[in-house]
Design a protein around this ligand. Sequence first.
Ligand code: KG4
Ligand code: ZN
Length: 472
Amino acid sequence: MIRKATAKDLDKINLLGETLHHNFKQLFNIQKEIDNSFAIVLINEDNKEINAFLYALDFSDNIDLLSIVVESEYRNKGIAFNLIKYLMNEYCLTKSITLEVAVNNFNALSLYRRLNFKVVNVRKGYYHGVDALLMRWEMKDIYILAIESSCDETSIAIVKNGTTVEAMTILSQMDTHANYGGVVPEIASRMHTENITLVLDETLKKTNINIVDVDAIAVTYKPGLLGSLLVGIEFAKTLAYVYKKPLIKVNHLIGHIYANAIDNKLEFPLLALVVSGGHTELVVMQDHYNFKLLGATLDDAIGEAYDKVARVLNIPYPGGPGIEKKALEGKDTYKLPRPVLDETYNFSYSGLKSQIINIVHNAKQRNELIREADLACSFQQAAVDELVRKLGLALQNTGIKNVIVAGGVSANKYLRQEIKKVSEEYNAKLNIPDFIYCTDNAAMIGAAAYPIYLKKDFADFSLNAESHANIC
Ligand code: KG4
Ligand code: ZN
């Protein structure tokens, strides 16, 4: 059995290490390294006896494999092979592994060649006069075909290594739903059914990658409109079944977060501000898929507030972009009080929304004109100021230096500008996705599916849709 080493295993590891180097303990100081988050120390044990260990350093885009020792009577049993395979499978968010081996160490050379390591350099006289070969193993590129159909966009993308968008198509039903003032669920599902094959065709036309060559099929399965989700899920299952590909289920909200991994590397720990139609959340990520909720909306989500305010101001669906446009023509003259001035990380938008509705209704009753652009601007500033204040509070209290923004409202330019200011104030590195990846799209689903692919955490064909979900 292979597992991560703990401090209890140290004595045995050092004993084994000394069969390799007489001063192993001084050379490597594994004691210190076990506590070091960069170090990977794996051991193999049979019948509770440790008989091999592997020691490597993880430099995030490359693992340096420093040492691998198997007790003499356990050699030629594939233990070293399995230890390296384990390293590749469990730690291969890192793209490559490098190591040095003496040219005359034929057993090791043959092992590394079997594992697909290639010689990249020679180090003359590296081991007491014997040349060393620098060898490297590269993980192959992973292509994920991703499908998003949770609301009113049918989108399919092919994403390489969770970061590069090879091709993407988004077919928006916005114009149809605008006639009804919002998304009509049944129409949305019917339109997904009509369009999804065409969207796949369009996407495949944009790339040389053939569907038979993709490594997995990913699909949004929650949250969203059930009928819409089911169209995407069934389509994904059919492709996975026909082409014999693993199926990956993705939470749409996590998809929005991973829009930040497109053409970018997520650096942890980070603070993620999620601002969508259904969610307003402040989340800490210590690592991939490691989420801790700091705060969330107590009532309406910020996107929902934008949409409802748009409605009373007769701004057509979708409300967010409409309010943003209107606000540009106005000034913050209504001076709305800021929502919930407490020191928690929670948000509240229903009070602000009700205030706007009251202002509009009262004006109507008194036959007064509403300065719509000013009201839109005042609403936007009040809504965004609260987000920015809470983000500032979190940056100050946690000391975290990386910020990402996720969800449809992150397309808002005023929000982007204000978040940039507060991030700069706290010397934090900010990433906001390109506009195209802020609102619903399949590329973000492909990006979010990649860490799941690496963990081989595949879904089976009983996968079903769920209308509600949170990030954590
Ligand atoms: O993330 P998203 O596309 O869908 C959900 O998963 O909810 O977010 C949709 C929300 C809607 O409320 C929409 O009005 C808002 O994002 N939105 C915007 C802007 N673009 C989209 N809100 C403010 N300004 C925008 N430019
Ligand atoms: Zn969304």
